[in-house]
Design a protein around this ligand. Structure first.
Ligand code: B1M
Length: 214
């Protein structure tokens, strides 16, 4: 791995505000060295964040430290976003995206949004902790081809079923794709989602399949 990617991963993993403040500078340096946004994201930022996740699970660090790393990741994604979405992109449709009620995790959702934007989708991002009626309201207002739900907690997965139920009750047949760390294809099938995206790249493929099927 290149030195600069190791530097990014190590700084993000340090969970130390002073050291982490250098991450965005390193991201710019990595771009200047000719590394692709995908490499910087996967082998630098997400590599560091995954180590943070391991320490968080082991109770070696706590929410304030995780938030310091998450903030640095957000700022870095702001630098990478324009590079991942630039070019002559053909408009392919609209997606309403959000993290379900009770869940505040948004790093994965934002990444999915950036990749879908790069693939030509207009993103209507409802943010985090979104109740089912807000998804329905946004679908009525914006008439998207697709709705995307994200959940990172095993306790909030069930909220996805509620959203799907709310769409049925409202008589809307908008296609729904779901994803997030605890989600599986089996769960998606069980609750009647139209597609499951394992990661951001897979979400782009599945959305393309849903659009092609329309
Ligand atoms: Co939280 N957290 N967290 N956390 N957090 C996890 C998820 C956890 C696994 C950590 C652990 O214990 N190992 C654990 C969940 C355990 C469980 O449910 N089984 C956990 C917990 C317990 C909690 C709290 C309850 C802690 C507490 O309060 N005691 C609390 C809950 C708050 C709430 O939501 N109500 C909490 C809080 C937080 C922070 C706020 C500190 C912070 C979130 C900051 C933010 O998002 N702005 C945070 C973080 C950062 C994490 C970890 C460390 C990293 C998550 C992440 O961003 N991953 C996480 C541990 C881990 O995952 N290793 C953890 C990187 C991201 C790119 O991956 O989100 O999986 P991911 O997204 C992927 C795919 O899943 C997929 O594509 C993405 C890109 O490839 N994907 C989709 C995601 N959404 C998709 C949608 C799609 C398709 C694909 O279609 C629409």
């Amino acid at each position: 791995m290149s030195d600069i990617l190791k530097e990014i991963a190590d700084k993000l993993d340090s969970c130390d505000a002073q050291s982490i403040s250098g991450v965005t500078g390193d991201v710019k340096e990595a771009i200047a060295q000719g590394l692709t946004p995908g490499e910087i994201l996967e082998n630098g930022l997400l590599a560091g964040l995954s180590r943070v996740g391991v320490k968080f699970k082991a109770d070696e660090i706590f929410i304030p430290e995780v938030l310091i790393s998450a903030r640095a990741l957000h700022e870095s994604m702001d630098i990478l976003r324009p590079l991942m979405t630039q070019g002559d992109i053909k408009h392919r449709g609209k997606i309403v995206l959000g993290t379900v009620k009770g869940d505040l995790h948004d790093i994965g959702k934002n990444l999915v949004g950036i990749m879908l934007e790069g693939a030509g989708l207009d993103i209507i991002d409802l943010g985090t902790n979104v109740p089912s009626d807000k998804f329905v309201e946004a679908a009525r207002e914006n008439d998207p081809e697709i709705v995307g739900l994200s959940a990172l907690l095993t306790t909030t997965m069930i909220e996805m079923k509620r959203v799907i139920g709310a769409f049925k009750s409202a008589g809307l047949n908008t296609r729904i794709i779901i994803g997030g760390a605890p989600i599986t294809k089996e769960f998606a099938d069980e609750i009647g989602a139209d597609a499951y995206g394992q990661n951001a790249g897979d979400a782009v493929e599945k959305v393309a399949e849903l659009l092609a099927a329309d």
